[in-house]
Design a protein. Structure first.
Length: 421
């Protein structure tokens, strides 16, 4: 049954023939009359960015930020390390967005594509003084600039907002756009995607930033939200590759160890999981610029990256497609069999037109030939983190092994990542 007629035949690319029947009750979710578009932090105009920062500051003043830290901490063990992770954090990020829009109805939560910054995370624009602030300093590792530069949190005790980059003044290498592309292309079930994202870029960003981000009250850090919008974007893109099968797909275990279902209640709420699974319906009145672009709506992203000709292949994707067939078959099934959908390809140009805090022109770094065949492997999650997240050790180690294998295979093929500089 094709109930997503508007998706212009994307479903034809699906390898799974059987469409899932929408859960009873899903029909009652009305289509949103106003769907807002979440954009990458580097794509916001100065005015949009200022409005976002002001709304975050208001939410802090009214203790909403403390509230979210408290809430997340109290239910931490049920919402991580199992199938609740993606659906719960989607609902949570939407709740936060609605709070911010109460201060300014034009505000939309941006996402931070942390993979782009994987080589030198500490150099990311997100840590700027015009942005969400940098590393902590002094004995308490207080953040002293950016939005949270003067914040005093009240949960779980009175403290400054703290960060403690795990490499001291630097942050060890994160997961690359190449690896996340692998996760998107190789995950055929919800459970695989959840593990592939939660235990890679999700955990690495929390752990690498340290301080409050490395606790269960991590929503206290304003970067939590732009990070989780990015995690949610990956989930949404994966769903949109094959909406008939994936919109309401859920498997793996729920928090109670029983098989997860679309009807399981989001922790601490009376809302079944299915109420957050279809973007553009019910309360989920948002989408992502990448999804809009892939669905053929000529938005800013398409115009920026393909100004002269919409069909122009981008150089990032071309490099990875030239890998030996064997490597493509092992890590990038969609590239290998020629069925790639833009939504399962993170190797796309995201050259920002307006970097945070300035109206000047931004020049993307050019890949450095010195890194040809020398792609760095992502850092590993620590035992302490795995324990705090209630994660399955074997699941984490399997993913780490795959990440290492991928980097080795790409390096052996003399691949040059366009994100290394
Ligand atoms: Cu969380």
């Amino acid at each position: 049954m094709k109930f997503f007629g508007y998706v212009l035949g994307l479903a034809l690319l699906s390898t799974q023939a059987v469409a899932l029947t929408p859960p009873a009750g899903a029909d009652a979710l009305a289509a949103c009359s106003d769907v807002i578009v979440r954009k990458e932090v580097r794509s916001l105009s100065t005015a949009e960015w200022s409005a976002y920062k002001a709304a975050v500051q208001s939410a802090y003043t009214d203790k909403w930020i403390d509230w979210f830290g408290y809430l997340h901490d109290r239910i931490a063990l049920t919402i991580h390390g199992n199938s609740m992770f993606l659906v719960y954090h989607r609902g949570l990020t939407r709740d936060y967005e609605k709070i911010l829009r109460g201060y300014n109805p034009s505000v939309v939560v941006p996402y931070w594509n942390a993979m782009i910054d994987y080589q030198h995370p500490e150099q990311s624009v997100i840590f700027g003084a015009d942005s969400l602030g940098g590393n902590g300093s002094g004995g308490s590792n207080c953040v002293s600039n950016g939005v949270p530069g003067t914040w005093q949190m009240t949960y779980p005790d009175s403290h400054c907002l703290c960060r403690q980059f795990s490499g001291g003044s630097t942050i060890p290498v994160w997961h690359s756009p190449e690896f996340i592309t692998h996760v998107l292309q190789s995950s055929t079930t919800y459970a695989q995607l959840r593990a592939g994202i939660e235990n890679s870029i999700h955990g690495a960003v929390h752990l690498g930033m340290g301080g409050d981000m490395d606790t269960m009250h991590s929503p206290s850090d304003p970067i939590f939200w732009v990070h989780h919008a990015n995690i949610d974007r990956l989930y949404a893109q994966w769903q949109a590759v094959s909406p008939d099968d994936r919109t309401y797909m859920i498997d793996g275990d729920g928090p109670d160890g029983q098989p997860a279902t679309v009807n399981m209640l989001l922790t601490g709420t009376t809302k079944p999981a299915y109420t957050v699974m279809r973007l553009g319906y019910g309360d989920m009145c948002y989408t992502y610029d990448t999804i809009q672009a892939a669905n053929g709506n000529a938005d800013a992203l398409v115009k920026r990256t393909n100004q002269k000709c919409i069909k122009r292949p981008n150089k990032e994707t071309e490099a990875i497609k030239q890998l030996p067939t064997k490597v493509l078959q092992q890590f990038y099934p969609s590239f290998a069999n020629g069925t790639v959908n833009a939504l399962e390809n993170e190797m796309v140009s995201l050259t920002p037109s307006t970097p945070i805090g300035s109206n000047g022109n931004f020049t993307a770094p050019t890949p450095n030939e010195a890194f040809r065949g020398k792609m760095p492997a992502p850092s590993k999650l620590t035992d302490a983190w795995i324990k705090m997240q209630n994660a399955c050790v074997e699941e984490v180690r399997e993913l780490e092994q795959r990440a290492c294998d991928m980097v080795e295979a790409l390096n052996s093929a003399n691949y040059l990542s366009p994100y290394l500089f």
